[in-house]
Design a binder for this molecule. Structure first.
Ligand code: HEM
Length: 397
């Protein structure tokens, strides 16, 4: 069964997303959903809240990823690899996985550290700043431009595009889709020019896109459309998610200075702290799946063939039927398990890069400005599509 027949569910305007839209602590709502509700139909999609149910769905052979039909991000074609399934998806992941493997992204460490230090010093020179714009947005954007070999001069364009696609303006699905399509069309035009330039200097470049241009899939070189469908996804998957995560982590440590002090006293806690905070904050709240056949999740929960599933990673991450004391942020947890980067075949391609950026950003920040202060009342949370703190005023004394 293909998912094209059912009306598309839009998580951005659904009941639960709207309920938690601006909450600083949506975790309480998510955790109750996992404990008391387990699963429910909202706006035509089955919402799953428990860790083990989502784990089963994510690895089930009869489940397609992300609604399985393309066209969800202001771009008409299927994004690679998010909106591809089955053997085709495997082929793409085999090509892309090594380019984002831990050893490979490690090469970026020094550049990211230098960039983080410069951005922090610039913001500090002003005596304080709004850090979503001063730090959280430019750090991953500039890192990403380097990774794909795009000119730094295009930074403002990228930031504008990603905002237009991931946080499109509008109140209804129609308005949101129209605004997103405008941003998507601008990007498409830019990418065509960018790829033509890159082809002209392919021998000299050593970045992900140059490598893809020199690669083959199934014995054939990648087409222009393949490259665009990859670039398009990497673009918004790699920019906004890290920006948003960083804004959540800096805010949490700002609101909990005594917990920040734990890390300052024992720097080896930084890595588990990033992992635990990413579990708790869950910057990507949910993702879509599609059941091609009936799936029995046990204890009377049957998912009928043709169901659109909204898998709530953020609820799974604070599911009390799976995690011990899930609402406690504990840097000493024996094993931190989370759905922050999803699981199964569509698990995040960029998780190693994301973790690297987050660790270096926080390490550099805590090293240079360990006692930063934030105005907790001024923080603006947005939990739609990607959880972020879009107004993050930091004071440095
Ligand atoms: C903290 C930052 C990040 C978070 C929280 C995150 C989270 C996720 C999640 C939850 C998914 C599964 C989506 C779904 O199936 O509905 C995903 C997929 C993906 N992510 Fe990330 N991501 C992050 C950073 C990145 C970065 C930096 C990149 C690339 C450079 C990236 C590239 C991708 C790609 C390509 C997929 C699709 C994988 C597939 O379908 O096989 N992500 N990510």
């Amino acid at each position: 069964m293909q998912p094209t027949t059912t009306p598309r569910f839009d998580p951005r305007v659904s009941g639960l997303s709207q309920q938690v839209k601006t909450l600083a602590e949506p975790q309480l709502v998510y955790s109750e959903k996992a404990r008391d509700v387990r699963a429910e139909y909202l706006d035509g999609a089955l919402h799953l809240y428990r860790y083990e149910d989502i784990l089963t769905i994510n690895k089930h052979q009869d489940v397609l990823g992300n609604g399985g039909r393309g066209g969800s991000f202001g771009h008409d074609e299927k994004l690679i690899p998010l909106e591809i399934d089955g053997p085709e998806h495997k082929k793409w992941r085999r090509l892309l996985d090594p380019m984002f493997a831990p050893k490979r992204v490690q090469r970026l460490e020094d550049d990211i550290r230098r960039l983080a230090a410069r951005l922090i010093d610039d913001a500090r020179a002003e005596g304080g700043a709004e850090w979503y714009r001063a730090f959280c947005a430019p750090l991953p954007c500039q890192t990403f431009l380097g990774l794909v070999g795009a000119p730094l001069a295009d930074l403002d364009f990228f930031v504008e595009f990603k905002e237009g696609v991931v946080h499109p303006k509008g109140e209804t699905t129609e308005e949101i889709d129209a605004n997103m399509a405008t941003a998507g069309a601008k990007l498409l035009e830019y990418f065509n020019g960018f790829l033509a330039d890159k082809r002209a200097r392919l021998d000299r470049d050593d970045d992900v896109i140059a490598e893809l241009m020199r690669s083959e899939v199934g014995g054939e070189p990648l087409t222009q459309a393949d490259l665009i469908n990859i670039l398009f996804l990497l673009m918004f998957a790699g920019l906004d998610t890290v920006t948003s995560s960083l804004s959540c982590l800096i805010s949490w440590l700002g609101r909990n200075p005594e917990r920040r002090a734990e890390i300052l006293a024992a720097p080896e806690l930084l890595l588990p702290a990033v992992e635990e905070l990413m579990r708790y904050e869950s910057p990507v709240p949910s993702g879509m799946r599609f059941a091609q056949r009936d799936i029995d999740l046990g204890d009377g929960l049957l998912v009928p063939a043709g169901t659109q599933i909204n898998a709530f990673w953020a609820a799974a991450n604070v599911d009390p039927t799976f995690h011990e004391d899930p609402l406690r942020v504990d840097f000493h947890r024996e094993r931190i398990r989370s759905m922050t980067f999803a699981s199964g075949v569509h698990r995040c391609l960029g998780s190693h890069l994301a973790r690297l950026e987050l660790r270096i950003a926080l390490e550099t920040l805590l090293d240079r400005i360990p006692l930063y202060e934030i105005d907790a009342d001024a923080l603006t949370y947005n939990n739609i599509a990607v959880r972020s703190v879009t107004n993050l005023p930091v004071t440095i004394r």
